[in-house]
Design a protein around this ligand. Sequence first.
Ligand SMILES: Nc1nc2c(c(=O)[nH]1)N[C@H]1C(S)=C(S)[C@@H](COP(=O)(O)O)O[C@H]1N2
Ligand SMILES: [Mo]
Length: 203
Amino acid sequence: MAGFTRGFTGKRRDDHGGRLPPGQYDTGSSWPVLSAEITPHIATEGWTFTVDGLVEEPTTWSWDDLQALPHSTYAGDIHCVTTWSKFDMTFTGVSVDVLLAAARPQASATHVLARSHTGYTTNLPLADVTDGKAWVVWEADGEPLKPEHGGPARLLVPHLYFWKSAKWVSGIEVLDHDVRGFWEQNGYHDRGDPWLEQRYHGD
Ligand SMILES: Nc1nc2c(c(=O)[nH]1)N[C@H]1C(S)=C(S)[C@@H](COP(=O)(O)O)O[C@H]1N2
Ligand SMILES: [Mo]
């Protein structure tokens, strides 16, 4: 009986005290790399980040401009649609709120399209990148972000599936409607909330 109980408990899904969204597993110390592109090696010299579209002040920051803005840190979990989650990461960067405060979205703004220096895109409701929910980050777990993880800087939107966190991010276009990005055109969900298991269109 004791053996049966052990075997049974071993097969039960451990949701890590409610921190593991439905259908996800804990990847532990490994951090998988998922890229549609060949990893680009982008120097910080010449790197830029632009907020444009429906904003009062289209703005481009250099690497040094970005570093001069107030920094903030996210500590928490990330969730990939391919079913791995990684707990207790820390990322340092600049809040998207700070960048949007400079560019000032127009009243009609409802969505954004994030772009990468490689051409990758992903769409998000404006509300999912404001109020302390999204960052442009250059450091992960105390180390400079590695090129394969989007270095020198990536978007981080940890409350949504990780495909929304564009690696090698080059900017955000502010829009008054939703425009599908790379994976969204290929069947992935427009919003991607891991707690609602919004993996594909129709979920
Ligand atoms: N530019 C770019 N960003 C991207 C991707 C990509 O293919 N290209 N993949 C997304 C997906 S599906 C995931 S799960 C995460 C993977 O980030 P990682 O390789 O650092 O784990 O990046 C997201 N951002
Ligand atoms: Mo992913």
